[in-house]
Design a protein around this ligand. Structure first.
Ligand code: BG6
Ligand code: MG
Length: 216
């Protein structure tokens, strides 16, 4: 049967969480509180605006709408500084082989990311032209765990949701995939991602055996 893949970007194709972390931590520090890697876990898969809200809850800081806007721009400006230095070296292990395998087998794939910076990041790592469709934070009105981003992806690929396989590292992303009635593959901690149909510890897990097995 014909199937397609829809990939999350941050944490699946590239490890940008470390750059988000640096930028959010600097912002938290400038507001006078600590921001740890553990806190950063809460922001994975979450939109930029919602991320700031969570960060402010952690620091118990209240800001006006105008201040929030200023800090969102400040955070993204710092983040873009890191993104601009990215190269294809930062594509996570196994991903290039996986995309080669999909191409060789005529399996279409799209990107389904919450990030408004997704097209730029794909450009920087040289993957922009490989995706049949790109759906990012600029295209959706409802963030993950809402299924919108993946449903638009399926539509752009001309595929039925039930024939799509989503690859995600965030709990909200797995929930979105499940809500879209797609097969979900979690990348990361099997306990955290227990709602996924399959969980791989990392992107090295996309062996030929695994792929042939899930596509049966
Ligand atoms: C998601 C990341 O992919 O994109 C989140 O996991 C991030 O951490 C979100 O906040 C939005 O990204 P951006 O690039 O639009 O700020
Ligand atoms: Mg992610």
């Amino acid at each position: 049967k014909e199937i397609a893949f829809i990939f999350d970007l941050d944490g699946v194709i590239v490890d940008t969480a470390k750059y988000h972390f640096l930028a959010w931590r600097n912002l938290a520090n400038s507001l006078g509180f600590e921001f740890t890697e553990e806190h950063n876990e809460l922001l994975k898969g979450v939109s930029r605006v919602r991320s700031l809200e969570i960060l402010l809850e952690i620091g118990k800081v209240e800001l006006t709408a105008a201040q929030k806007q200023t800090f969102l721009v400040q955070k993204n400006t710092e983040y873009l500084g890191y993104v601009h230095k990215m190269t294809s070296e930062e594509i996570l292990p196994g991903i290039n082989d996986l995309l080669d395998y999909l191409d060789a087998n005529n399996i279409k794939y799209a990107l389904g990311s919450a990030s408004k910076n997704a097209p730029l990041i794909l450009e920087k790592v040289g993957l922009f032209n490989r995706f049949a469709a790109i759906v990012d934070g600029n295209d959706v009105s409802k963030a993950k765990p809402d299924p919108e981003v993946f449903l638009i992806g399926a539509e752009k690929l001309n595929m039925q949701p039930k024939n799509c396989i989503v690859v995600e590292d965030a709990i909200a992303g797995i929930e979105a995939a499940n809500a879209a009635n797609m097969l979900s593959i979690g990348i990361g901690d099997a306990k955290l991602l227990s709602e996924a149909n399959y969980v791989l510890a990392d992107t090295n897990g996309f062996t030929r055996d695994f792929l042939e097995n899930i596509m049966k």
